[in-house]
Design a protein around this ligand. Structure first.
Ligand SMILES: [Zn+2]
Length: 255
């Protein structure tokens, strides 16, 4: 299976906003889309400070009225978000968020796990929809990606092969050594001893098995531990902090 690897561009989320890594092809193709992963520039861990301030600043820097996040139990719950009020919203525990609302920034925190961004572009009959998921090995094994793809269909009528899916900066297949039980949980051959696993690669295969079009699936070249060590936070590298992967639709999605 041929999944394209892309190197996200480093840019500022907005004037005075934090540095982010953004999917260059998406930014170019869809000016109505706001997306990226933050860098070491700023810590977005819930424990790091007042999330209402930290997240609210990013949301307003990119022109969003609201930000939605949740504590992430490494499960498969994915919620549809349409917050009524402005500011930061902490949703019920879940590892994924979807929305069709403009001006609502969805975010997951990561520091080695794979942030997955889902984008459905608008058509004559269907408005745009976006989503973001958090997938470590437990969430991947629990089916968070499949759940996100299915909810896009059930909630918004979007077919899996119409989705664009990006697996963002995460620990790479050389750096992520895990026990045999992890390989087994991911449906891979069980090795005899701890062996590195390519979690993003496993997720890309699962996306295609769930009906995604492989030509619309991309993965990041950035590894939180080796190639992106200076830029990103890594749990295995000893960082307590987190970056966020965010996605939003600008307030007027139709150009
Ligand atoms: Zn690596």
């Amino acid at each position: 299976m041929n999944i394209r690897t892309i190197r996200e561009a480093r840019l500022r989320a907005a004037a005075g906003g934090p540095e982010i890594l953004a999917h260059p092809g998406w930014s170019e193709a869809w000016p109505w889309l706001l997306q990226g992963t933050t860098t070491r520039d700023r810590d977005f861990a819930l424990a790091a400070g007042d999330p209402g301030v930290v997240w609210g600043e990013l949301a307003s820097a990119i022109g969003c009225r609201a930000a939605v996040h949740a504590r992430q139990p490494h499960g498969s719950a994915v919620g549809v978000r349409a917050p009524a009020g402005p500011g930061f919203h902490l949703a019920a525990d879940s590892d994924g968020h979807l929305t069709r609302e403009g001006g609502v920034m969805l975010g997951v925190t990561t520091a080695d796990c794979v942030p997955i961004t889902l984008v459905a572009t608008p058509s004559a009959s269907t408005p745009a929809a976006v989503g973001v998921l958090h997938a470590g090995w437990r969430g991947a094994a629990a089916g968070v990606l499949e759940r996100g793809i299915r909810r896009m269909r059930d909630a918004f009528g979007i077919r899996p092969d119409d989705l664009h899916i990006h697996l963002g900066p995460s620990i790479c297949g050389d750096c992520y050594e895990v026990g045999p039980e992890v390989h087994e949980a991911l449906g891979l051959a069980r090795p005899d001893a701890p062996t590195p696993v390519d979690l993003a690669g496993a997720l890309a295969r699962r996306a295609v098995e769930a009906g995604a079009d492989p030509t619309r699936v991309t993965r990041s070249a950035w590894c939180t531990l080796c190639t992106g060590r200076e830029l990103l936070r890594s749990h295995r590298g000893g960082d307590a902090g987190r970056q966020i992967a965010f996605v939003a639709i600008k307030r007027s999605p139709r150009r």
